[in-house]
Design a protein around this ligand. Structure first.
Ligand SMILES: Cc1cc2nc3c(=O)[nH]c(=O)nc-3n(C[C@H](O)[C@H](O)[C@H](O)COP(=O)(O)OP(=O)(O)OC[C@H]3O[C@@H](n4cnc5c(N)ncnc54)[C@H](O)[C@@H]3O)c2cc1C
Length: 449
């Protein structure tokens, strides 16, 4: 009997995976494939920290599949060539995948779907990685929302997101096809191996994602109102797991609507609101041109960014600006692949406003160093800070990193984890007041242009 191919991309999980479910229901062998596509035009290469994550997530997924007498098939190359090739080798007559929302990926997937269909192979796609696909939550005029609060209100008025699908207990055996060796993909850093801090901080894979979710619900959710304090472990750390789809937003949503203690229940809406920012950014990414390179508000094309001074940039990247909160955050990022949201805001604002460096340069650094870097949320948040996004912070809102520290880390509990008290500190690289004024003047010049 002909079998089915499941092409996993940003949905590296077995539970709540509609494409996998459909492939099983199809009958016959089920071959689960991941393609490392660095060839298709326009696909943005995954950043270094995310490559580390991807390696371990794939290893974990393969182990889960092997526990169920299956295995992961890895192929490298342009997906438009690799997928039809594999269909032929596996003697599959159907291919299933969960949808992606970037323009390049959508076009690629649509092309593959029509090529497969023309050849007599079924191709089906599903909603799995967003609670509300970007064409479902629209204004009364059928336009995408440009402001978060009404988007969130409209999303909440939609029918409740579907319940997650259970994990399949048995998997049909895969077709007898070759797989690349994961190590040959060379996703891990070697010379030097800078991933020690990442290994200590994270457990990529579906099991790690669910452990994190449960840990958050039991130990931290009740403190979520203190989520702005970087020293507190009050947030979920789910972002890289969501980025690679090791846990689905449906699973998270329903866990937060499930059994909770009263104090946890009180905090759940604030958490779900943050989860909705993820949806809002994907919405923006879907409806705009490439938001990692193009200002959503095109008037920002005339913004007078300063020419890049590599020494200055290096001080920011490596946490030597002389501002404790920024330096702590940039070091945390370099060490562990993550940074607390409040500190991301301060570090990004410092680069874009106090140093007057184009937000795209900061976005690229985060893209390379964050384990949760995703095209919608990274770019969306950078544009939010820069003032050029859909629902962006007003430009005149310049975060003062020292005030942010006084407010959110008054005892330097967080800062001291990354910047020891006895460290000889560089002088602050800018005067905050003067550089703030310079940013406001630059904004005025843009508006006049
Ligand atoms: C400059 C900058 C760059 C960022 N880049 C990314 C990125 O590449 N990927 C990414 O997932 N988040 C990004 N964020 C958003 C936010 O910082 C992280 O989602 C958050 O710190 C993840 O920690 P958590 O999972 O503990 O969050 P929690 O507070 O536990 O939130 C739960 C989930 O909600 C979502 N979420 C929370 N806040 C935001 C937000 N502001 N925007 C979008 N989604 C949000 C995330 O999926 C998160 O996992 C960025 C923020 C800034 C200011």
């Amino acid at each position: 009997m002909s079998g089915a191919l499941v092409w996993l991309r940003e949905d590296l999980r077995l539970a709540d995976n509609p494409a996998l479910r459909a492939a099983i229901d199809h009958g016959g062998p089920v071959t689960v494939v991941v393609v490392l596509d660095e060839e298709s035009p326009g696909i943005r290469p995954v950043g270094a920290a995310s490559r580390w994550w991807l390696h371990h997530s794939l290893a974990a997924l393969d182990a889960e599949l092997r526990d169920r007498d299956s295995r992961l098939v890895l192929r490298r190359g342009g997906a438009a060539r690799v997928i039809p090739e594999l269909v032929a080798q596996a003697d599959a007559d159907a291919v299933y995948w969960n949808r992606r929302y970037g323009r390049v990926e959508r076009d690629l997937d649509a092309g593959i779907k029509s090529a497969l269909t023309d050849d007599g192979t079924e191709a089906h796609s599903f909603a799995a990685n967003l609670l509300w696909e970007p064409w479902t939550v629209l204004t009364g005029q059928g336009e995408p929302f440009k402001v978060f609060t009404p988007f969130w209100r409209a999303a909440q008025a939609m029918p409740e997101p579907r319940h997650p699908l259970p994990e399949p207990r048995d998997l049909p055996a895969p077709a007898d096809v070759d797989s690349d060796d994961l190590d040959d993909w060379a996703l891990l850093p070697t010379k030097p191996d800078w991933a020690g801090g990442l290994r200590d901080a994270w457990e990529p894979g579906e099991a790690g994602a669910h452990r994190k979710l449960e840990q958050f619900v039991h130990d931290a959710l009740e403190d979520y109102d203190q989520r702005d304090e970087p020293a507190m472990a009050a947030t979920s750390d789910l972002s890289p797991h969501l980025r690679w789809g090791e846990v689905s937003p449906y699973q998270v949503w329903h866990r937060l609507h499930g059994e909770l203690e009263p104090e946890q229940r009180r905090q759940a809406p604030a958490f779900l609101r943050q989860l909705a920012w993820r949806e809002f950014n994907w919405n923006e990414y879907f409806h705009c041109d490439d938001i990692a390179t193009v200002n959503v508000r095109r008037e920002f094309d005339a913004f007078p960014w300063r020419d890049v001074d590599e020494d200055e940039l290096d001080r920011w990247r490596h946490g030597r600006t002389g501002f404790d909160l920024v330096d702590a955050g940039m070091r945390e990022l370099w060490h562990s692949g993550a940074m607390h949201n409040r500190v991301r805001l301060a570090a990004a604002s410092f680069l874009v406003k106090n140093l007057l460096v184009d937000w795209r340069i900061g976005e690229q650094w985060f893209w390379d160093t964050l384990v949760d870097a995703d095209p919608a949320n990274n770019a969306g948040n950078w544009q939010w800070v820069a003032g050029s996004g859909f629902d962006a912070a007003p430009y005149f809102r310049v975060f003062n990193p020292d005030r942010q520290m006084e407010r959110f880390d008054p005892h330097k509990e967080y800062v001291r984890r990354w910047v020891p008290a006895d460290e000889e500190r560089p002088d602050p690289m800018v005067d905050l007041k003067a550089s703030r004024q310079r940013a406001l003047d630059a904004y005025d010049r843009m508006r006049r242009a």
